[in-house]
Design a protein around this ligand. Structure first.
Ligand code: CAA
Length: 443
């Protein structure tokens, strides 16, 4: 392991000063999903590396999940909304063609009126695009000393019965980005100057404007991912970057956990050509177990969360490897279909107590509830119904009997072309009581 001393001078002193996740309350085990749908469970567990798939309740969408993650960040890390001058929401499952998710979040999190707020879309690359833009905004001096809030939020959804269905998931990750943080506030520092980018127009995965579900050319999408990784890594190495073998940990975009193993094989193929020496099979397997596997924890439990995937890997590393990750130098690979990809590096802050108990991944997983396949299909049906105009029904909370107890934000349907949201537990309880007591109610 290469311990990086915190006195090393970096080109920029941009630090992520807080990271919190939101994980949906329900999950479906892949084993159960496979057995119910007549598939050999080993295909999902061994073949794709999956364990559980997060399932959103119909009242959840990209807005509610982003708000929950942002609220967690503010509550657990103690940030003040007035600290922020920029909000970028990265999503590929936004809720409107024009109005950004960021507008809702700006209001729900009480951000100041002079805070820029907008969405950034590029499939699963969005959050890395947003983080690098936030870093640039800070380094340029435009921030005026304020922080940026980057939130990745997505529901990964494919057709029922399609090959992609097993790789579904959902969740959000919120990052507070600042500069010059004291050592007691440093979580990780992304280095976008020691990096490599690759873009190409490919049709590997997309979501047509008329569809709730993504369309994917599965095998081809894996090829595109690996081609982009190969191109980035080669460019990064030719530009003077160090071997991937020298990083303490590697974090990947994880459409499914096994993708990380395919990615490591690709890196080794290129590295052995560049360095003229190859790792033996056992050495490579050992490298994977120690330096890659810990960050795949969240993806195994949750599935693909699209934009937030590589930052869920970061959350996993910090929570699962908390004793080892502090002070380490790591490499990250972010891939967005379509495609745009980036290989970059980061340093993790030296004190694990900074993030202990504030990320929320293990806590959220420990209070989840298992959902059966039948209810999962019902949820999808109710959710599709809510996507239609005038779907809002006065006093009704969709699939109300299953409402997760901790939800503060809920989408209730459309009323006069507007999305209707509940924005606190108190508001939800108020309306539930009114409906129960038969009183006239109007949301
Ligand atoms: N026991 C053990 N392993 C088994 C098995 C069994 N009974 N049956 C199959 N397997 C293995 C297969 O050998 C295969 O492993 P390898 O790839 O190592 O050969 C693996 O399980 C999957 O099996 P298939 O290839 O037959 O699976 P599939 O064709 O039905 O679907 C998929 C796989 C293409 C990934 C599909 O899930 C999919 O379309 N997913 C969505 C798209 C995706 O995730 N793309 C990834 C790159 S794009 C990206 O990263 C952006 C993004 O987020 C979407």
């Amino acid at each position: 392991m290469n311990h990086i001393v915190e006195t090393v001078t970096f080109r920029s002193d941009v630090w992520v000063e807080g990271i919190s996740v939101y994980v949906p309350h329900y999950f479906m085990p892949h084993r159960e999903f496979a057995l119910t749908t007549g598939v050999d469970p080993d295909k999902y567990t061994a073949g794709l590396g999956c364990k559980n798939m997060a399932i959103t309740h119909p009242v959840e969408d990209a807005v509610t999940m982003a708000a929950e993650a942002g609220e967690n960040l503010f509550t657990w890390w103690g940030f003040d909304p007035d600290d922020f001058g920029l909000l970028i929401v990265a999503t590929e499952t936004g809720v409107d063609w024009a109005k950004p998710v960021a507008s809702y979040i700006h209001q729900f999190l009480s951000l100041p009126s002079d805070c820029r707020a907008f969405d950034l879309q590029h499939a699963c690359f969005g959050a890395t695009g947003a983080l690098s833009m936030a870093a640039g905004w800070i380094c340029s001096g435009m921030s005026g000393g304020r922080k940026a809030l980057v939130i990745a939020t997505d529901i990964a959804k494919y057709e029922v019965g399609s090959a992609g269905e097993a790789t579904q998931g959902a969740g959000a990750v919120a990052l507070a980005v600042g500069a010059g943080a004291e050592t007691t506030k440093r979580v990780f520092s992304p280095n976008f100057s020691l990096n490599a980018v690759y873009s190409q127009n490919v049709m590997d995965f997309w979501r047509p404007g008329y569809s709730q579900n993504a369309v994917v050319n599965g095998k081809y999408s894996i090829e595109c991912y690996l081609k982009a990784l190969g191109a980035c890594y080669t460019k990064y190495r030719m530009g003077g970057g160090r071997s991937y073998r020298q990083f303490s940990y590697l974090l990947f975009h994880l459409p499914f956990p096994k993708m990380a193993w395919k990615a490591v094989l690709k890196l080794e193929e290129i590295e052995s050509e560049i360095s003229g020496s190859a790792l033996a099979d056992g050495e490579l397997a050992d490298f994977y177990e120690k330096r890659v596997s810990p960050s795949t924890f969240g993806a195994r439990q949750i599935g693909n969360i699209y934009c937030g995937s590589v930052y869920l890997a970061m959350a996993s590393l910090l929570e699962v490897e908390k004793d080892c990750a502090a002070g380490e130098e790591i490499a990250l690979f972010s891939y967005g279909s379509g495609c745009c990809a980036e290989f970059f590096t980061a340093v993790i802050g030296g004190r694990r107590e900074i993030w202990e108990g504030k990320i929320g991944l293990l806590k959220a997983l420990s209070r989840r509830e298992r959902l059966d396949y039948k209810t999962y299909l019902e949820f999808r049906k109710v959710s599709d119904g809510l996507a239609h105009s005038e779907s809002f029904s006065v006093g009704r909370i969709p699939a109300g009997q299953h409402i997760p107890p901790e939800l503060r934000y809920m989408f209730l349907g459309y009323k006069r072309n507007r999305r209707m949201y509940i924005t606190s537990i108190a508001e939800r309880d108020y309306w539930s009581d009114k409906v129960r007591s038969g009183a006239q109610s109007q949301f």
